[in-house]
Design a protein around this ligand. Structure first.
Ligand code: AMP
Length: 392
């Protein structure tokens, strides 16, 4: 696979697949958060500076192959223009005569933004005919949309068959390089922090990371399935009884591989998941029947922090408690402190983990926060992402 800085784009027509799937304010129709647009600027400016023409394309939401006004990328164009400090014309289609004419009229360094790729059913179907239409627009194809690279689509997979020069942009490069540094040949000890709601969502992650890590720190709702599998009463805590055997298998595998498997030893419990609920801190052996564990307790925070602080590499997906509610947020927030204090290479991925870290105001002290929740999880599962493989 080639990266953008390894190919010659000078004077060329360059199609850049970005992820401008930004949150929109439904009532005003305006962009609520421009983080994803900002994240594309390094790649786009680099291409512009080479005197190339930049054709930018993305999806937004799930219009399911039809033109749906609420999913138009039009409101993104002014945001993009002001961040780029250059007028970016919006073209209200992504293939066909109108777009070809707009591209033909572009000058060196110009940028245009196309309409939502998902207005055509061929996009999600990874359809060759649609990809060929996109390919007609350009001489070079750049993928910089890591967040959708786990789903094969015409604009990230099929298109690579029809454009002679294809490469990864700088955002995708960063994602791949950081992930490989953490999980490929990491500085050890390597610790994985896996949290979140359910074991069933993260089984493949657990099965894959257990082969690679020295320490596995498990918190959040999913910890209770492991605790139940070890014979503890978990009360009303989240627990997947159909996963108990699998949980035991994973625990056995950790033992066989000498992986340190850390589970909570105490918990913050409540009778209901509410910000004003009465809370108690109990030993994990003492969760009453009608109470539930919603965060890790102080003894667990201390043990988890110790395991994290002495690691050289940390990979983290999933919060350690219901951090959205203040009484159950300490575990996650304190582990952010531990990760920051460790000085370890720390890679974080997953929407909720990202949100939690931003809430602490310490996101700039984390080595890398992935821009793709689902794609990051699939990397953690040990999968090859189709859109990345297509660049190979
Ligand atoms: P996930 O998307 O699987 O990473 O799960 C994230 C969600 O798990 C967050 O919304 C948390 O509130 C929730 N969560 C974390 N710990 C617990 C817990 N102990 N009980 C219930 N939900 C939890």
């Amino acid at each position: 696979m080639k990266y953008l800085d390894q190919i010659d784009v000078s004077g060329k027509r360059v199609f850049v697949r970005v992820d401008f799937n930004v949150p929109m304010d439904k009532s005003s129709g305006q962009v609520k958060d421009d983080t994803r647009v900002k994240a594309s600027l390094t790649t786009i400016n680099y291409i512009r500076e080479k005197g190339a023409r930049v054709i930018v394309a993305s999806h937004l939401g799930r219009p399911k192959g039809k033109k749906v006004e609420e999913f138009s990328l039009k409101p993104v164009a002014p945001v993009f223009s002001s961040l780029l400090k250059k007028d970016v014309p919006f073209i209200d289609d992504c293939i066909g005569e109108k777009v070809l004419e707009a591209v033909a009229a572009m000058k060196a360094g110009d940028v245009i933004l196309l309409e939502n790729l998902r207005f055509y059913p061929g996009e999600d179907k990874n359809d060759d005919a649609f990809a060929q239409e996109l390919a007609k627009l350009c001489d070079v194809y750049i993928n910089d949309a890591f967040a959708v690279s786990h789903r094969a689509a015409a604009s990230n997979t099929a298109i690579t068959k029809f454009v002679p020069i294809c490469a990864a942009g700088f955002l995708l490069k960063n994602e791949i390089e950081y992930f490989n540094r953490a999980m490929g040949n990491p500085a050890r000890p390597l610790a994985a922090i896996i949290g979140g709601a359910k074991v069933s969502d993260k089984i493949k992650v657990l099965e894959n990371v257990i082969d690679k890590v020295d320490r596995l720190v498990v918190g959040g709702g999913m910890a209770f399935t492991f605790l139940k599998a070890q014979g503890y009463n978990v009360g009303k805590s989240l627990c997947e009884t159909d996963m108990l055997d699998l949980a035991r298998t994973i625990l056995d595998k950790a033992k066989a591989k000498n992986v340190q498997f850390l589970l909570p030893t105490d918990a913050v419990i409540a009778q209901n998941a509410a910000a004003d609920a009465e809370v108690k801190i109990v030993d994990i052996k003492n969760i009453p029947d009608d109470w539930m564990g919603l965060d890790i307790g102080p003894a667990t925070i201390a043990a988890f922090s110790e395991a994290v602080k002495s690691a050289k590499t940390i990979v983290w997906n999933g919060p350690l408690g219901m951090f959205e509610l203040a009484p159950f947020s300490s575990g996650t927030f304190k582990l952010v402190d531990a990760a920051v204090d460790s000085g370890a290479l720390t890679i974080v991925g997953g929407g909720d983990t990202d949100t939690a870290i931003h809430k602490t105001g310490k996101s700039d002290r984390i080595s890398y926060i992935s821009t793709g929740g689902g794609a990051f999880l699939e990397l953690l599962e040990g999968k090859t992402l189709p859109a990345v493989a297509a660049l190979g």
